[in-house]
Write a protein of this length. Structure first.
Length: 221
């Protein structure tokens, strides 16, 4: 099985069941490779670009499937507090995709496109939204009368494991998009990628454990 297939399968497994997080930094590595190639004016990395496009397509497909199902079970209290942060992350991710596509079409304009991506990322509060989601999942950010985000979901969906899985899936997608965009921003601004990895690798393991615990407490196990 090729490396890209393993990555894509890993995304789907984690997004569907919050069962593994091992492939996450493989996804990030693909993003870093593409971004570095674009910044370095090396447009020969066609395989890296292909991997990036396939990862993007997989995330988009999972996100659309989840949203169709979750439309029937929106929680106003969650949307009110976290909806804007999800939109920031998605907007930053869209800016990343736009930057990659623009540089591939017009390499000479790369400086302008990278500057625009950086401007959008910083205008949308940089990594604040990603940090807010992390704190909400591990319950550093107390809200809803001292309940964490997953606990709010559990209270509403403990009798419906399928919907709870979709909730975890959508959270996983948000984290993946946010972390991919953060790493691309780190490359564009020439900051230290290892610092980001060292910070977020254990954090994602914490998130994995929280999701698995939440799912294990749903009825139907």
């Amino acid at each position: 099985m090729g490396k890209l297939v393993i990555i894509l399968n890993g995304i789907e497994i984690f997004s569907a069941f919050a069962a593994t997080i091992i492939p996450l930094f493989e996804v990030v590595t693909a993003v870093v490779k593409v971004t570095k190639a674009l910044v370095a004016k090396d447009l020969t990395q066609d395989q890296n670009a292909k991997e990036f496009n396939q990862i993007h397509a997989k995330l988009e497909s999972i996100s659309k499937t989840n949203q169709q199902i979750l439309k029937q079970s929106q929680l106003d209290e969650v949307n009110e507090k976290y909806g804007k942060y999800e939109e920031y992350i998605k907007h930053q991710y869209t800016a990343l995709i736009t930057m990659v596509e623009q540089i591939q079409k017009d390499p000479e304009g790369r400086e302008e496109y990278m500057a625009e991506f950086q401007r959008v990322y910083e205008r949308d509060l940089s990594d604040l939204s990603l940090n807010m989601y992390y704190k909400s999942v591990i319950e550093e950010e107390k809200a809803f009368e001292q309940k964490g985000l997953l606990k709010v979901y559990q209270e509403h969906y403990k009798q419906n494991r399928d919907v709870m899985e979709k909730r975890c899936s959508q959270l996983a997608n948000i984290f993946q998009m946010g972390l991919m965009t953060l790493m691309a921003y780190t490359v564009v601004t020439e900051e230290d990628e290892d610092v980001v990895r060292e910070k977020w690798d254990p954090r994602m393991l914490e998130i994995q454990a929280k999701m698995i615990k939440a799912l294990s407490q749903c009825e139907g196990n």
